[in-house]
Design a protein around this ligand. Structure first.
Ligand code: IPE
Ligand code: IPE
Ligand code: MG
Length: 244
């Protein structure tokens, strides 16, 4: 959604929260355990946060699980994470569906293993009729990569004569993004004390509010989530306008 189309009057909690779930490695290391131990603990946290959404009025939750840059990690960590994603889908599919969660994945699937992609497709299909909470999992996702892929598809449409350069505006480009069916995030939370966005939802977060918390992701509780959402409700979003 274009920022200038948004309502500048405001109140209430965020409808769409995006979370950069950071700090799993440090959480494990501080316990003298391998990094993957932290990733497993982090994956277990997701369920509590998803389940907290309806009471907080959060309709859309988008979580950053693996970035286009995370392939730079050791082969052991990358393959451990990929195995964890497969396990997460197997273990959580039923509970997510029973809770009325609609699951979507964003990111480039091309580099992901075929079996994992098939499982992602299946979970999307299984939950496609749900509407209580919309959970979007960013897997092999990078904001620059997403915009680049969108631009490539847009260029292809022009090449095929279905669009012309005159059709290219923010609204048209948005339609080619992985997130085309989602509203823009209202609030982006990053755990673990790092104040950067690491290539997450670059386009969509143009007017998002940011909250950086020191808590490491495996320690992030629904109570803290509720506090952060509450803090958001007291912010004044202006979208570039001046309040009357
Ligand atoms: C976030 O935790 C999870 C992923 C990036 C997959 P990290 O693995 O980045 O944990 P830290 O930042 O090293 O503590
Ligand atoms: C961002 O965290 C990606 C995810 C949470 C999946 P990173 O730990 O990869 O980001 P940097 O390297 O600290 O910027
Ligand atoms: Mg990190």
């Amino acid at each position: 959604m274009a920022a200038d189309a948004q309502d500048t009057t405001f109140g209430g909690g965020p409808e769409h929260v995006a979370i950069i779930m950071d700090g799993n490695g440090r959480w494990a290391q501080s316990r003298g355990r391998p990094r993957l131990f932290g990733h497993h603990a982090g994956a277990r946290r997701v369920r509590d946060i998803v389940n907290a959404c309806p009471d907080l009025g959060v309709k859309y939750l988008t979580i950053f699980a693996f970035s286009t840059e995370n392939w730079k990690r050791t082969q052991a960590e990358v393959s451990g994470l990929m195995a964890l994603f497969r396990r997460y889908i197997v273990r959580e599919a039923r509970a997510l569906h029973d809770e009325g969660v609609r699951v979507r994945f964003i990111g480039d699937r091309i580099r992901l293993d075929e079996k994992l992609v098939a499982m992602m497709d299946e979970l999307e299909l299984l939950t496609s009729g749900n509407d209580r909470v919309h959970l979007t999992i960013a897997l092999n996702y990078g904001g620059r990569d997403e915009v680049t892929r969108a631009a490539k598809r847009l260029a292809y449409e022009i090449e095929q004569g279905r669009l012309t350069h005159k059709d290219v505006d923010a609204e048209t480009l948005s339609r080619f993004l992985d997130t085309h069916v989602l509203p823009d995030p209202d609030l982006v939370i990053r755990t673990s004390g790092e104040a950067r966005i690491s290539n997450f939802l670059l386009w969509q977060s143009a007017y998002a509010e940011y909250e950086f918390v020191d808590t490491l992701w495996p320690d992030f509780t629904p109570e803290e989530f509720a506090r952060v959402c509450d803090g958001y409700a007291r912010r004044d979003r202006r979208f570039g306008a001046v309040k009357a």
